[in-house]
Design a protein around this ligand. Structure first.
Ligand code: 5GP
Ligand code: ZN
Length: 140
């Protein structure tokens, strides 16, 4: 963990930067995103500073994710959304701008024109098996 004194989410956690706070417990807190993709766009953030999901201790990440169902229910109900995108941008290349792990909850309405379709690919013969083996090694 690299505690950064200039991290915007650490400052929000410490109350040094104001936010529209939704809830807080010992491990995590949530607040409205300042530049919402949709009304009710919410961020769920572990209080301790970690840059990547991969760095967060499993028990802390587990407790943070346990807050999600309640948050999703409350956000979708309040915004009358029909669904939501729950996503993590992990790493600059993946669009992460704030280097403190956070989970986006973005309410979605039919016809909201946000869109969400990426170009998909296909595995050439043998490649899926190769990848399975390589990823499997990392899981041991
Ligand atoms: P990222 O691109 O890193 O996944 O998303 C960072 C999010 O944090 C963005 O959606 C951005 O609008 C939000 N954000 C950045 N600074 C602040 C802030 O000071 N307050 C709040 N409430 N949200 C912020
Ligand atoms: Zn931080």
């Amino acid at each position: 963990m690299t505690e950064t004194t200039d991290c915007v989410f650490c400052k929000i956690a410490a109350g040094q930067i104001p936010s529209h706070r939704l809830f807080e417990d010992a491990d995590c807190f949530s607040f409205l995103d300042i530049s919402p993709l949709a009304e009710g766009h919410t961020l769920l953030v572990p209080k301790r500073h970690f840059q990547s999901l991969a760095d967060v201790p499993e028990d802390l990440l587990g407790r943070t994710f346990m807050a999600l169902p309640r948050l999703v229910r409350a956000v979708t109900a309040a915004t009358e959304a029909e669904g939501c995108n729950v996503l993590v941008n992990d790493g600059r290349v993946a669009g992460q701008v704030v280097p403190h792990v956070h989970i986006h909850v973005i309410p979605r309405l039919k016809g909201d024109s946000l869109g969400y379709r990426w170009n998909t690919g296909a595995y050439p013969e043998g490649r899926a098996e190769e990848l399975c083996a390589r990823i499997g090694q990392g899981l041991q």
